[in-house]
Design a protein around this ligand. Structure first.
Ligand SMILES: Cc1cc2nc3c(=O)[nH]c(=O)nc-3n(C[C@H](O)[C@H](O)[C@H](O)COP(=O)(O)O)c2cc1C
Length: 362
């Protein structure tokens, strides 16, 4: 963001006087994200919008007008969007994920910036005395936010993005959370990190302030693609009217849909898949099943079972089997493939080993 501002400021210096903005009239009462895009394009020399963008009335359209426009948007978010992507990012990784999410959701976006900006030295975490490290070492620190968004009242859903700092959310995220009422909102954390997971920060967030519903968050690598973010977003249980969750299994080009069983293991599987899809390598076994190791151990409630084609079972707590024929053994039910005959299923699974990508569909 700072790099963009700098580039725009330079462009603005070059362009000042190149057009006569005052000819287009004064400032409008309210602005949209489209206006921001138009003004940005103008400032980098791409067009001259017909809208009046001289917000501070100084006769030129420049970076100050852009700043004022963005500020007015933050105070009065565009009507209609009930989702906002809020993020804090110091080296651009989390910002990139936030941009992908904004593109997918059409949500409003708000960047948390520190009132006292972090310098490179402030985040040089190899130096134990750097500002970020000192803040992370003290849970009570609440860095001030530069231009706090006036209200989150118009939003039901808040995506909250941040980098992991020493295994946790940066303290300025705590400042943000304590500044608003989240008791009727859905909050969805996401983060980027070198390698650490999101779970400690999720627990911190849940313990800090009352939140209507906090969905399972997601950690992204700095290299995460738009497709990674899309896959996560599409698996999120965001619809209020909960429809029954279904398991999806992509095998080759075929997507199979399965109902989930009423077992703890099936619920745990769904929870894992809510966070991200998983790929399972399934080996042919016995002429009646494909079996493969899951990345997790799930709760067993084994029962002696005579399986049918389409049954999806948990075997020994950490293996998944898909049956295309019958077998008698003790298994925990995970689900049942719907809408295909035994012959169709056998043909889809084929003779040898297969790769299944499991995801959740609501
Ligand atoms: C002060 C500080 C502490 C960090 N601590 C961790 C950490 O505990 N685990 C980790 O995997 N990455 C850690 N990182 C790396 C960042 O989480 C990672 O580079 C992140 O993608 C930066 O996001 P940003 O570009 O949005 O600021 C740390 C970075 C900084 C500046």
């Amino acid at each position: 963001m700072k790099r963009i501002a700098f580039a725009l400021a330079c462009a603005c210096l070059l362009l000042t006087g190149a057009a006569d903005p005052s000819a287009a009239g004064g400032a409008a009462d309210s602005y949209t994200k489209e206006d921001v895009r138009h003004l940005q394009s103008y400032l980098v020399g791409e067009n001259t919008p017909s809208e009046p963008y001289d917000l501070n009335g100084d006769g030129v359209w420049d970076i100050l007008d852009l700043a004022l426009m963005k500020h007015s948007l933050a105070i009065a978010p565009e009507a209609g969007s009930d989702t906002i992507v809020v993020y804090f990012s110091q080296t651009g990784n989390t910002e990139k994920i936030a941009e992908y999410l904004t593109g997918l959701t059409g949500a409003d976006v708000y960047e948390i910036e520190a009132a006292v900006p972090y310098s490179d030295e402030d985040i040089a975490y190899n130096n134990s005395g750097c500002r970020a490290n000192l803040e992370q070492n003290d849970k009570s620190v609440r860095p001030e936010i530069a231009s706090p968004i006036a209200s989150l009242d118009g939003y039901d859903t808040v995506f909250l993005g941040y980098p992991i700092w020493w295994g946790q959310e940066p303290r300025i995220i705590d400042t943000f959370l304590e500044s608003y009422d989240f008791s009727d909102k859905t909050v969805i954390p996401f983060c980027t990190s070198a390698s650490s997971g999101i779970s400690t920060s999720e627990r911190n967030i849940a313990a800090l302030v009352p939140i209507g519903e906090q969905l399972a968050g997601r950690r992204f690598a700095a290299s995460a693609s738009a497709a990674d973010v899309q896959a996560w977003y599409e698996a999120l249980p965001l619809t209020k009217e909960e429809t029954a969750m279904q398991l999806q299994m992509k095998i080759g080009d075929t997507v199979l849909t399965a109902s989930l069983a009423d077992t703890a293991a099936a619920q745990e599987l769904a929870e894992h898949l809510k966070a991200e899809p998983v790929t399972v390598e399934l080996n042919e076994y016995g002429g009646f099943e494909k079996v493969g190791k899951l990345p997790w151990t799930l709760t067993r409630s084994d029962e002696s079972t005579v399986t049918e084609a389409g049954d999806i079972m948990l075997y020994q707590g950490n293996q998944m089997t898909i049956f295309y024929n019958s077998n008698s053994w003790s298994y925990t039910k995970l689900g049942k493939v719907e809408g295909v005959t035994q012959e169709e299923l056998a043909a889809i699974l084929g003779d040898g080993n297969v790769t299944a990508v499991l995801s959740l569909q609501s």
